[in-house]
Design a protein. Sequence first.
Length: 510
Amino acid sequence: MGGGLLVAGTTSDAGKSVVTAGICRWLVRQGVKVAPFKAQNMSLNSFVTSEGAEIGRAQAMQAQACRVEPSALMNPVLLKPGGERSSQVVLLGKPVGEMSARGYHGGRQQKLLGTVLDCLAELRGTYDAVICEGAGSPAEINLRRTDIVNMGIARNAQLPVLVVGDIDRGGVFASFFGTVALLSAEDQAQVAGFLVNKFRGDVSLLEPGLDMLHGLTRRHTYGVLPFRHGLGIDEEDGLRVSLRGTVRESNAAPPVGEDVLRVAVCAVPLMSNFTDVDALAAEPGVVVRFVDRAEELADADLVVIPGTRGTVRALEWLRERGLADALLRRAAEGRPILGVCGGFQALGEHIEDEVESRRGHVEGLGILPVRVRFAREKTLTRPVGEALGERVEGYEIHHGVAEVVGGEAFISDDDGHSLDGCRVGQTWGTHWHGSLESDGFRRAFLREVAAAAGRRFVPAADTSFAALREEQLDRLGDLIEEHADTDALWRLIESGAPAGLPFVPPGAPA
């Protein structure tokens, strides 16, 4: 079996995903054949593999860091929230039903342990090393009995555990110590040590605390990673309370033309695959922000309605906030709008939904001549086509089936036959996620948007989204190589947790 490591965190968003990707990229640059793994992921940002399996986008990004094709083995269980209390369960890339949190943690989760261990074993039998990512915190004592993603898998697969803490939030020493001290003696034996993430300032000022932490736990700190802007790629969290005012980090290069282009993304509930707009933010001179008020659309050159796990709920939200009326006015004025997946469906005439919301017939915004029927079987494909004279690649993840009854085709095949989407005036809609990552199409689309908006914006001729993503992954690898104890990390991956690690009281409650 190949070596392994589990990257856990003191909290959600401590940096587990990017640290895992960084370790993967560092290893592959050393000639190690490596794969990522996350037993269970809760995310509305997902991806479709070449075999038609749906997995978390973070694992797809980590596979790219490993320079391997992503597969369902790398994320056997994906939970896609449909609200505060229920999620769609995706097993080995295919949806198997909706389940409440109580029902899932009450029995279904533990039954999946064998499946995730089999997937991990298959990866470890194929690769030199498998770098696993945990979820939330390993010290969620209320969930330990059924855990299959943190200590549950670490114990069963005998994986050493590296605990990542976000020092930018504060309280990192208490978080490290408390995480270990709330685990049972058997779980603690797998926790090898710590990694400090997002540190700002002079590391020498941190060292006395690290020495004291070692004295208290007898566990090594494997590195202090400095804070870096622009590394939060392919986030998992689509359930933030509000994204209003957040701006996607964009290329620092100045605009090529005389004007910038302003993009407003409607922060609809249950927003999924909002990473679609990363390719826009990567263009010099494009400013992307998330909005939730009608007045924030006024100065936007392009409005994007992104994907959502709740199209009917998103429609209600758009109407409640006055955004629907603002979009109707915008379309009538010939100002650019782009709807992606659920956003495309919301722009249509009506929706028949007995699957997602079970609300039956629901009126859409009526901007595009499209009628949507939700099918029980989910569409999971990786299509290729042509739009605006350029090649387009994307991926589809949706239950809604669109019947286009007018307008122009948006994406076509080589013979000019419509493949997907619709366009009326300056309003476009498509089910294809990731289409804006196709550089030629993105540039052609932005030229159309700029012309319609009356902006003297010019897309850069040499922006390669794939190359920028590779640069980001290399920066993550550099962080590990330059600021972590890589010799000690390799010993962990190859040989497991050090023997004789002491118990830190009080341990897990009885």
